[in-house]
Write a protein that binds this ligand. Structure first.
Ligand SMILES: [Zn+2]
Ligand SMILES: [Zn+2]
Length: 179
């Protein structure tokens, strides 16, 4: 999705709200299974263009306990500053007010297409759970045969241990494996 923000960027005190409906194929190799929908708010001081907003979507993730692919709902927020670089005057690029927004990216009104997809990808990525679970109470895998417990009992000896303890045990095991 490309946005023309040159008008907003140029006029100090301007503000615009745009509905977002973006189709992303993937984020870091994970399939995006729903459109990325939300709102983008653009405002400008004339020197700094601020983009902020929220989006909702859904991503295919791998459960960290049982390894199954499932759909993870995502709520992402973003906020990004761009220094508005004025057009070249008399062949000399004008100086940028660094102190205005030291970490900001440059934005050249009318000369640069804002890569909104990349901005959305980044914000979705940072909002994903570190330990994705197909279900809050995912019972994981049988430690003996590796079968998914959610799919029913396996042929192994019936597990008489407390399921809560089994989850703990599994957590400990994965921790040890990482060491
Ligand atoms: Zn799971
Ligand atoms: Zn088993």
């Amino acid at each position: 999705m490309k946005l023309d923000l040159s008008e907003i960027a140029r006029i100090a005190g301007s503000y615009a709200e745009t509905p977002l409906d973006v189709k992303l194929k993937e984020v870091e190799g994970m399939t995006v299974t729903a459109p990325v929908r939300g709102t983008l708010i653009a405002s400008s001081t004339g020197q700094v263009l601020l983009l902020e907003g929220t989006v909702e979507t859904e991503l295919e993730m791998t459960c960290y306990r049982c390894g199954v692919l499932y759909r993870q709902p995502v709520h992402a927020e973003f906020q990004e500053d761009f220094v508005v670089q004025p057009p070249v005057a008399h062949g000399q690029p004008l100086k940028i007010e660094e102190e205005e927004a030291p970490d900001a990216r440059l934005f050249f009104p009318g000369t640069l297409d804002l890569n909104l997809d990349e901005l959305l990808r980044q914000s979705i990525l940072v909002s994903l759970p570190l330990k994705p679970l197909c279900a809050e109470d995912c019972a994981g895998l049988c430690p003996t045969c590796g079968a998914r417990r959610a799919e029913g009992p396996c042929a192994c000896a019936p597990d008489t241990t407390n399921p809560q303890l089994a989850v703990l045990q599994q957590l400990l095991q994965t921790r040890q494996q990482k060491k």
